[in-house]
Design a protein around this ligand. Structure first.
Ligand code: ATR
Length: 262
């Protein structure tokens, strides 16, 4: 039961109805017997700064989750950013310290890498091909480099965006072997689809299946459908596959622990 001692958390988004974070994080709080609640807050871009300022002054609020379209704008409203948020220019979780200081970080990439590890696929020392260069891909590139991947190649339809991701990761990890390249999956240990191709049933595949070698792990970050056409065809080709939900599961844990200072 919510009472006067309950700690508050929020998710800000526009639109808001599709978000699943309230169910997932309230279940997380309940499972740990925490007197805390997370509520959806529908904020349009023009109202974002005022709402964030309101959060800053709300003394029983300990943090908030940020999603579309606010991830970049919130980064500029924070007082401090963690390394992944700095490298990606984007924030998906904010912790409010007791003095009102807002600290933002980005857990998309860390969630993805932790999800790989929980399934027994540590990317350390692996050659990785990352398809896509949007917000999620940028965070994953950072985390693959941080995790010690032997090589990261970023392949994107718009080459300039792949180059920009590479530049930002190199700034954070000057020793990392990261470059922009093409989407040919031959010769990689891990291939990650971080494009939006696969969300709609008639999307083309993001890579040529017949160029996959059977030892290559094919990973998705798309949650629905769980078995995307890419994963189904990769599996039929003999490749191990990795589902999008592993990233979300780990991301939720990382976001909650960050806000709870756990
Ligand atoms: P997210 O925040 O989920 O990463 P995003 O920033 O919109 O979403 O990025 C979507 C990614 O899918 C981009 O890499 C995009 O390629 P472009 O940078 O060239 O736009 C990629 N993508 C989307 N539709 C695509 C298509 N039809 N073919 C190839 N790549 C596509």
């Amino acid at each position: 039961m919510i009472n006067g001692n309950t700690r508050l958390f929020a998710i800000v988004a526009d639109p808001i109805a599709q978000v699943r974070t309230p169910q997932v994080l309230n279940a997380y709080f309940e499972a740990r017997a925490l007197d805390a609640v997370l509520v959806p807050v529908h904020v349009a871009p023009e109202g974002l700064a005022a709402v964030v300022e309101g959060f800053r002054r709300t003394r029983n609020l300990d943090g908030f989750i940020v999603t579309v379209p606010h991830k970049t704008a919130v980064a500029a409203l924070c007082d401090a950013l963690g390394p992944a948020a700095q490298a990606t220019g984007s924030v998906n979780t904010v912790r409010r310290d007791p003095d009102g200081r807002l600290v933002g970080d980005m857990f998309d990439g860390a969630g993805f890498v932790q999800g790989l590890r929980t399934q027994g696929h540590d990317p350390a020392g692996r050659r990785c091909l990352l398809l896509g260069a949007g917000g999620a891909a940028g965070a994953i590139a950072f985390s693959l480099a941080q995790a010690g991947a032997a090589q990261v190649v970023v392949a994107n339809r718009t080459r300039a965006k792949a180059d920009a991701v590479v530049q930002r990761v190199r700034q954070a990890f000057p020793q990392a072997d990261i470059q922009a390249g093409d989407a040919d999956p031959q010769g990689y240990d891990v291939v990650v689809n971080a494009t939006s191709l696969g969300m709609k049933p008639d999307d083309p595949l993001p890579l040529a299946i017949d160029r996959l070698q059977p030892h290559t792990l094919v990973a998705e970050i798309i949650m629905k459908p769980e078995l995307t056409p890419l994963l189904a065809q990769a599996q039929a080709h003999g490749c191990p596959v990795h589902f999008g939900r592993h990233m979300l599961d780990e991301q939720v844990r990382l976001m909650a622990r960050f806000m709870l200072r756990d």
